[in-house]
Design a protein around this ligand. Structure first.
Ligand SMILES: Nc1ncnc2c1ncn2[C@@H]1O[C@H](COP(=O)(O)OP(=O)(O)OP(=O)(O)O)[C@@H](O)[C@H]1O
Ligand SMILES: O=P(O)(O)OC[C@H]1O[C@H](OP(=O)(O)OP(=O)(O)O)[C@H](O)[C@@H]1O
Length: 302
C-alpha cells in the first residue's frame, strides 16, 4: 500500500490474531467501521471514515498508541501494564470481553501453598514486568536481597509447562476457565490482576483535529458494548404496585411508564443488565406484573 494513502487518516490498531481478534472485528462491524483487508496486509483503509486500521499483535498495541505512532487501539489491560504504558495511554472504554485473571500458580500436589512459599524461588512467565513488580514487593516485605530474591524468567508461550519441565517452582499466567491450569496439574495461589479488553487512545495524539473522530468512534463502540450488556424489559403492572416495579427496574435514568387502555394499569419498559434479567423477571412476577417481555438490543447510545 502507498503510505501516502494514510495521510489525513486516524490510525486505529486492532489485534491481528489471538484471543481478542474475532471479538474486535465484531466490535468494528457493530460500530459500522467498514473495511476490506487485503490478504496478508496489516494496514487497510476504512471505506466510510478517514481511518486506517493497523493489524498488530495485541501485546505491541500499547507501545504504538503510547508513543503516538497510532491514535487509537483495541488491546488487553494486562498488556498495557506489561508494556509500562499506563501513563501514556488513556483507557477510554472497557469492552466486556477478553476477561481473565493473571494468577500465580504452583503444582497442585506440591508443598507450595502461598506466594510467601514461592519467594526466592524460580518463576516463569510471559509477564516479566508485572510479575517482577509483584515479586519485588513480596521480596521487600520479606527482606530478601541479592541472590535471595525471586528469579523471574521470560518465556513467550506455553508457560504452564514450565513446572513440569523443571524450569520453575511456580508460574504467572492468564487464567480464564482454568482448564489450561488444571490440565497442567497447577492451582492458583494468588491473583496479580484482573484484565479485560479495552479501547485506548494516545496521550500524545498525532493530530488534535482528530478529537471529534476519536469521540465518534468511542461513542459508537460504547453503544455496541452497552447493547451487549443490557436488554430491554417491558411489562404491564397495576398502578398500585408501580413504586415497587420502579425499584425492581429503575432503568439507567428512569423507566418509561405509559398508561394502558385499561383502568389502573400501566406499561413499563426499562433497560436492565442482561446478567440480572432472570432475577428481575422473578421479582416482577412476585408483584403480579404481567406480559413480561425481554428484548435484545442490536445497538444503542446511552
Ligand atoms: N484465556 C484467555 N481468556 C480471555 N482473554 C485472554 C485469554 N488469554 C489471553 N487473553 C487476552 O488476550 C490478549 C492477547 O492474548 P493472546 O495470547 O491471544 O494474543 P497473542 O499472543 O497475540 O496470540 P497467540 O497466543 O495466538 O500468539 C491477552 O493479553 C489478554 O488480554
Ligand atoms: O483458563 P483457560 O481458559 O484455559 O485460558 C488460559 C490460557 O489462555 C492463554 O493462552 P492461549 O491459549 O492464548 O495460548 P498461549 O499459551 O500460546 O498464550 C493463557 O496463556 C492460558 O494458557
Amino acid at each position: 500500500m502507498n503510505l501516502q494513502a494514510l495521510d489525513g487518516r486516524l490510525l486505529f490498531a486492532v489485534p491481528k490474531k489471538g484471543r481478542l481478534h474475532d471479538k474486535c472485528l465484531q466490535l468494528l462491524s457493530g460500530a459500522d467501521i467498514q473495511f476490506l483487508r487485503p490478504h496478508r496486509l496489516d494496514v487497510c483503509l476504512v471505506m466510510n471514515h478517514p481511518i486506517a486500521l493497523i493489524f498488530l499483535p495485541a501485546a505491541d498495541i500499547p507501545s504504538f498508541v503510547g508513543n503516538g505512532n497510532v491514535d487509537l487501539g483495541l488491546t488487553g489491560h494486562d498488556v498495557i501494564l506489561e508494556a509500562c504504558m499506563q501513563d501514556r495511554v488513556t483507557e477510554v472504554q472497557r469492552l466486556g470481553f477478553g476477561k481473565c485473571s493473571l494468577q500465580v500458580q504452583a503444582p497442585e500436589h506440591g508443598s507450595i501453598k502461598t506466594v510467601e512459599d514461592l519467594a526466592g524461588k524460580r518463576i516463569v512467565t510471559s509477564f516479566e514486568v508485572v510479575a517482577g513488580e509483584y515479586f519485588d514487593k513480596l521480596d521487600d516485605r520479606l527482606n530478601l536481597v541479592g541472590d535471595q530474591k525471586t528469579k523471574i524468567q521470560y518465556v513467550g508461550g506455553s508457560v504452564e509447562a514450565a513446572c513440569a519441565l523443571g524450569l520453575a517452582d511456580g508460574i504467572v499466567d492468564l487464567v480464564e476457565s482454568g482448564e489450561t491450569m488444571r490440565a497442567a496439574g497447577l492451582r492458583a495461589i494468588a491473583t496479580v490482576l484482573e484484565t479485560e479488553a479495552v479501547l485506548i487512545k494516545s496521550n500524545s495524539p498525532s493530530r488534535p483535529d482528530f478529537t471529534p473522530l476519536i469521540n465518534m468512534v468511542a461513542s459508537r463502540i460504547a453503544g455496541v458494548v452497552a447493547a451487549e450488556k443490557y436488554v430491554v424489559c417491558s411489562y404491564n403492572v397495576h398502578r398500585d404496585v408501580l413504586p415497587k416495579a420502579v425499584q425492581i427496574t429503575p432503568g439507567r435514568r428512569a423507566p418509561t411508564v405509559s398508561p394502558l387502555d385499561q383502568e389502573g394499569w400501566v406499561a413499563v419498559s426499562a433497560m436492565v443488565l442482561k446478567k440480572n434479567c432472570a432475577r428481575i423477571m422473578d421479582d416482577l412476577v412476585k408483584i403480579d406484573a404481567q406480559d413480561i417481555l425481554i428484548f435484545n438490543l442490536d445497538n444503542c447510545r446511552v
